[in-house]
Design a protein around this ligand. Structure first.
Ligand code: LLP
Length: 435
């Protein structure tokens, strides 16, 4: 849950900087990011990919949607890994961070023509084609610019991944990609082959997010490999790449276990190797797109408590409402997916008994809940700080300005130093849009 440089002593500290000092210097709410931990996790996935697939290791494409800003894009560049972007906006940040376009992949089920043209002209290494419409759009953009664009086809392997409905992506009834079972994937293969400005490199699948077992990844790989075999049988060519997407789950609560890079990718490699052997295919280059499992645990959110109130429930039990200075604008995941988080008192220790509590935000609706049910110290009072771990993925990136609340900053901490890498939004930023 917590990043590696967080210590929980008399108060929480990260890389030796106490939470209270961070709050004083940067204000709350704030996302506190452990830079060293980010680098370690990204490196761990990259090393595990190479250990599992050897020379056939493709790229780790960090999924920018989990969290990106220009400084993090610079870290990605330093680390020498790739990036998955799914909009023109994410592409702009990745380019600004200096990432080599060849190490970029462009995703999206409804990329605009402008986004496609921009990606092609920037030299984006791979465009992952998601619909029949897009085949012609990418082909036209590439032809107009006189280049041959490398593409993958995004496939839906028909898997019910064990995760929340809104973040499962590989069953049939979904907006993404081409269904293998219905034959639409094969139509797409034939469609791409019609264009000389497209080079089909292979297939892609992303089965969903926050998945905590490896079996679904393995079934997906098997189905993609069966299609590679069909392609070889039909066209006497072996496609050289498979991208197996992201989705590796992390721990949000005490007692949960994240999917570990080395064991997860070793298990996947065993299946991929066996399936390729069974189909007499050479092992293709294997890429992955982890987002959450790199950035999720690297951040915690630091809030200040503003008010508390007790209510009596129907069964006579007491519930303490603890209101913090953020809420659904910086963490939409609780209200959107019923996601569960934990929090701890961050500025001091307390031996007061723990009582049933609900951590809520400052927004004007009842659903503005950060943590639905948690036991917290009964003496928590206005001015105390709460820290919620594992908010790095899809926290700041899905933050909104609901109720005209400016979005929180991201503060990177490394070697005992803290610095703003994404500043707090201001009211001037918000008013700047008004005409
Ligand atoms: N690749 C593709 C094509 C994706 O669509 C995604 C996530 C990823 C990689 C990265 O998945 P990850 O490793 O981060 O699980 N907002 C939701 C998650 C949506 C994920 C969308 N796609 C949440 O907060 O749980």
């Amino acid at each position: 849950m917590w990043s590696s440089h967080v210590k929980i002593g008399t108060e929480i500290s990260i890389a030796s900087i106490p939470a209270s000092q961070l709050a004083k210097e940067f204000g709350t709410p704030a996302f506190i990011m452990d830079e060293g931990d980010f680098r370690t996790r990204a490196t761990a996935w990259n090393s595990a990919l190479h250990a599992a697939f050897g020379e056939q290791a493709g790229n780790v494409y960090y999924a920018a949607k989990a969290f990106i800003c220009v400084e993090v894009a610079r870290w990605i560049k330093d680390l020498g890994i790739g990036i998955d972007v799914c909009t023109g906006g994410e592409l702009a940040v990745a380019l600004k961070g200096g990432i080599d376009p060849k190490k970029m992949e462009l995703h999206g089920n409804n990329k605009s023509v402008a986004e496609i043209e921009r990606a092609v002209s920037a030299g984006v290494g791979t465009i992952v084609i998601d619909s029949l419409w897009e085949i012609e759009r990418v082909a036209t953009a590439a032809a107009a610019q006189g280049v041959v664009q490398k593409v993958l086809l995004r496939l839906t392997p028909g898997i019910e991944a064990h995760t929340h409905e809104s973040i499962a992506t590989a069953h049939e009834d979904v907006k993404f990609g081409f269904s293998i079972a219905s034959g639409s994937a094969w139509n797409a293969v034939q469609g791409v082959r019609r264009y000389q400005s497209l080079e089909l490199r292979g297939f892609h699948a992303h089965i969903g997010s926050q998945i905590l077992e490896t079996e679904s990844f393995q079934i997906s790989a098997e189905r993609l490999i069966a299609l590679l075999a069909r392609y070889r049988d039909e066209f006497a060519i072996e496609l050289p790449e498979l991208d197996l997407g992201g989705g590796y789950g992390i721990a949000y609560l005490p007692g949960e276990t994240a999917l570990a890079p080395d064991t997860t990718l070793k298990a996947l490699a065993a299946v991929v190797t066996a399936q390729c052997a069974a189909h007499k295919l050479a092992l293709p280059k294997i890429s992955i797109e982890p987002g959450r499992s790199i950035v999720g645990p690297t951040m915690f959110t630091l809030y200040e408590v503003g008010t508390t109130k007790d209510v009596t429930l129907d069964d006579g039990a007491n519930r303490r409402y603890i209101s913090v200075d953020g809420g659904m604008s910086d963490n939409l995941r609780t209200s959107l997916y019923g996601a569960e988080y934990t929090a701890i008192l961050a500025n001091r220790t307390s031996s007061a008994p723990k009582i049933s509590s609900r951590v809520v935000g400052k927004h004007c609706e009842t659903g503005d809940i950060v943590i639905r049910e948690i036991d917290l110290e009964s003496d928590i009072a206005p001015g105390d700080l709460l820290a919620t771990p594992a908010t790095g993925a899809y926290g700041r990136s899905m933050a909104t300005n609901y109720n005209h609340v400016p979005r929180p900053p991201v503060i990177a901490v490394k070697d005992g130093k803290a610095r703003v890498i994404l500043r707090r939004e201001t009211e001037a930023d918000l008013l700047g849009l008004d005409i």
